[in-house]
Design a protein around this ligand. Structure first.
Ligand code: IMP
Ligand code: MG
Length: 177
């Protein structure tokens, strides 16, 4: 199975990066509780590892989820982002850390950050495992970024192609597509 994939970011690199990011986040958010808002589905593994690294670093994240989808082709976003909120999500006066798998065109995170701020969060920071700055369609940068990558479509560690490959323990490029 490994032959199908060219590993771009290894399991060990991701683990170390989660520790680094968690330390930066705790430096900024301190030890008081804050809302870690994980954007499903792609960020479920990153969020799970990052929130535990944050606790190890001394932080106190309260976890909540929302789901974002945008209609477009298989591998790119249309900019038409729709959100699903799973339960009463009180954002008023909350300090929010939005967590996503990858920052690509920027449509998803900029839309959700606007939503969070429009619902009276006291502030909103963003964390992404991966960033593809060359693909940006709207001006947006993440406050915490794991790895900047070139314009490849990647899978693994939560990222999918048609719901496949999310469970790979590394980030990879598919060799045969
Ligand atoms: P954006 O709205 O274009 O920034 O895209 C964000 C979403 O597109 C991510 O949360 C992913 O779900 C998806 N996406 C963007 N690039 C990739 C990729 O290389 N592999 C898998 N999903 C991707
Ligand atoms: Mg996603």
């Amino acid at each position: 199975m490994k032959d199908r994939f060219k590993i771009l970011v290894s399991t060990e690199e991701i683990q170390q990066k989660n520790i680094d990011l968690a330390n930066q986040i705790v430096r900024d958010f301190g030890t008081e509780p804050f809302l870690l808002l994980s954007i499903l589905t792609g960020s479920f593994i990153f969020s799970a590892d990052l929130c535990r690294a944050i606790v190890t670093a001394g932080g106190d994240p309260i976890i909540a989820f929302l789901s974002a989808s945008s209609y477009g082709s298989q591998t790119t976003s249309s900019g038409n982002v729709s959100l699903t909120i799973f339960k009463e999500l009180s954002l008023s006066s909350k300090r929010v850390l939005l967590v996503d798998d990858i920052l690509d065109t920027g449509y998803t995170l900029s839309h959700i950050k606007n939503y969070v701020l429009a619902h009276s969060a006291s502030f909103c920071k963003t964390a992404v495992l991966l960033d593809k700055p060359s693909r940006r369609k709207v001006s947006f940068s993440a406050d915490y970024c794991g790895f900047t990558i070139d314009d490849h479509f990647v899978v693994g560690y939560g990222l999918d192609l048609n719901d496949q490959f999310r469970s790979l323990p590394y980030v990879a490029i598919i060799q045969d597509t």
